[in-house]
Design a protein. Structure first.
Length: 236
C-alpha cells in the first residue's frame, strides 16, 4: 500500500502546484489564450495520473484491507481533488470560450415549454443515472433551442442542492447550456466515481448483515437492493 501512497503524495503536490499556477494566470490581465490552452492540457495530464494512482489505492483498500472506514476516509479525501479539478477546469473553459460566439445551424422557432413532471436532481451521484436517463431525451431533441434547454435544466435541479449551485454559475444563455451540461457530467456522472459509490454501498450492505451472523434486513428486501445496485453497475 505504501508503494502506492508515496507516488500519490508526489502527484498531489504536482497537481496542487499546477492549480496555483493556473489561478495566478487567471488573475493576470496579460495572459494569452494559448497559455490557458497549454495549462489545461497540463492540468488534465496531472489529474489523470493522480486519478489512476487513486483508483489503484481504492481497489487495494477494498480487496486487502476489508475496512469500510479506511476506504471511506480515503474516498472523501480523493473527492476534494476531483472537485478542485472540476472547479478549475470550469474557469479555464469559461476563459477559453468567453469570446467565442456559437453558430446555431438550425433555424430557431418559438417553443412553448410543456408541463413535464421531471425528477429533480439533488446532487447525489447515486441519483444521477435516473436523472440523466430522463433529461437526455431533451438534450437530444434538435428542435428545442438551447435557451429552452437551459430553462429545463434549471427546473430539474433541486433548490439549494449542489447541482443547483453548479448550474447557477452559468448565466441563463443558449451558449452556456452545453457548458453547464459538461460540468454536470464531470462532477456527478463520471463512471469511475459512480462505480466506487455503488461498490461501497454493496460492501456496506454485505458487511452490516455479516457482522452479527443474522439478517438485519429481510432477505427479499436485501435481494432487491443488491440487484438494484448490480443493475446500476451494469449500466455504466
Amino acid at each position: 500500500m505504501q508503494a502506492l501512497k508515496t507516488p500519490r503524495k508526489v502527484l498531489r503536490t504536482a497537481f496542487t502546484l499546477c492549480i496555483r499556477n493556473i489561478e495566478a494566470k487567471l488573475q493576470s490581465e496579460t495572459a494569452e489564450v494559448e497559455e490557458f490552452s497549454l495549462l489545461q492540457v497540463k492540468l488534465k495530464d496531472k489529474f489523470q495520473r493522480l486519478e489512476d494512482c487513486q483508483q489503484s489505492i481504492a481497489a487495494s483498500l477494498l480487496q486487502d484491507e476489508g475496512d469500510e472506514s479506511l476506504f471511506e476516509t480515503d474516498f472523501v479525501e480523493a473527492e476534494k481533488y476531483r472537485n478542485r479539478f472540476s472547479e478549475v477546469m470550469l474557469h479555464l473553459n469559461l476563459k477559453l470560450t468567453e469570446k467565442v460566439i456559437p453558430i446555431d445551424p438550425l433555424p430557431k422557432r418559438n417553443f412553448k415549454l410543456p408541463q413535464l413532471q421531471l425528477k429533480k436532481f439533488n446532487g447525489d451521484a447515486r441519483d444521477y443515472l435516473a436523472f440523466w436517463n430522463q433529461f437526455q431525451k431533451i438534450l437530444a431533441d434538435p428542435g428545442i433551442p438551447n435557451e429552452d434547454k437551459m430553462q429545463y435544466l434549471i427546473q430539474v435541479v433541486e433548490e439549494g442542492s449542489k447541482a443547483e449551485r453548479l448550474v447557477q454559475i452559468f448565466p441563463e444563455t443558449a451558449s452556456n447550456y452545453p457548458k453547464a451540461i459538461q460540468q454536470l457530467q464531470e462532477r456527478f456522472g463520471r463512471d469511475n466515481v459512480l462505480v466506487q459509490i455503488y461498490v461501497r454501498d454493496l460492501l456496506s450492505m454485505v458487511m452490516k448483515n455479516a457482522t452479527t451472523g443474522r439478517m438485519k434486513i429481510a432477505l427479499p428486501i436485501l435481494y432487491d437492493e443488491l440487484e438494484g445496485k448490480l443493475r446500476a453497475l451494469e449500466s455504466l
